[in-house]
Write a protein that binds this ligand. Sequence first.
Ligand code: DAH
Length: 376
Amino acid sequence: MASSRRRSRPTSTGARGPLALPRRARPEPLTTPRLPLDRRSLESADFAIVDSLDPVVKAQQCFDDLLIPADHPGRLPSDTYYISRPGGKEESSAADTLLRTHTSAHQSTLMREGKEAFLCTGDVYRRDEIDASHFPVFHQMEGVKLFDPAVVGGAMTREEWLASEGCQLIAADLKKTLEGMCDELFGPVEKRWIDEYFPFTEPSFELEIFYNGDWMEVLGCGVIHSGVLENAGLQERHGWAFGLGLERLAMVLFAIPDIRLFWTDDKRFTKQFTAGQYDTFKPYSKYPPCKKDIAFWIPDGFEPNDFYELGRGVAGELVETVALIDEFTNPKKGKTSHCYRVTYRSMDRSLTDEEINALQNELRSKTESELGVELR
Ligand code: DAH
């Protein structure tokens, strides 16, 4: 499983058409601009750095090991790129193969291997909407730290654990560590903790910081759920975990306005950043957008994510946003119509009318033939 760097990107999800990823599946979003997150802030404990695990995992690792139930919406093929059963609408099973949707997919394996503390970074894949902050592949960093049972306690029931001092000690250490990391990244910022729910941590939190005049979510975290540790054969152990999205953080830190920029080869972008340095992005030029609407009657079971995926497949990085701008139901016909506004714009050049019309026509015909919609 622990392959070296992935050589080629997965090119197809099968029946649903090509996975609309850019040419390079492992570009430099982690090095251009290089996030100063990686080692420094967490170096105090001996965190193993794990950053070359294969993104192709079993649903067992990505979901079941983490107590994510079979009917969880995140497991649907409209959200997750399955490799073993492309396009299926049924529930996923533990044996399915897929592109990891989060780096938490490696938590259990790494703990089982005996790692006590680690930072696991990698590309993660999600079918999602299309706008300036969403891209079907992005990067996350997962942090895990296990504690000495002599200090926090060993095997006990879940209720005993949650009421114990050990659990509080771990939650306090987690908060202190992550607040320190935020200070290092953003300077001494105002922070707040929000109670959250994740199936794999208990209790669970989200950390927000007040930055550029707004509260911003930075990461999710918590005390590792006893059930996750039991599944990993570590019923005697306890610890904390966190997960954070790297592009989103980098976009804020470096004032990068569009997530597609991480994938550009344009020197005007790549030259602006130096490893280990906080540079603010200076926009070099903005090319004109071109907006095209498409309206259709949707069939039963229509998933907007399928339409977005089709848009990615047709226009790749040239599609900037796809927004549902109108939706209504005709009571007589019993049919619902969706109208989407597709904004085309390149980060690096002007697009011609011809090229955009060709893309829009292809999108129209594929939407009809592949999604079974009735164009209006
Ligand atoms: N895996 C979560 C996500 O992708 C993030 C996360 C939350 C990771 C809590 C964790 C955690 O390790 O404890 O949204």
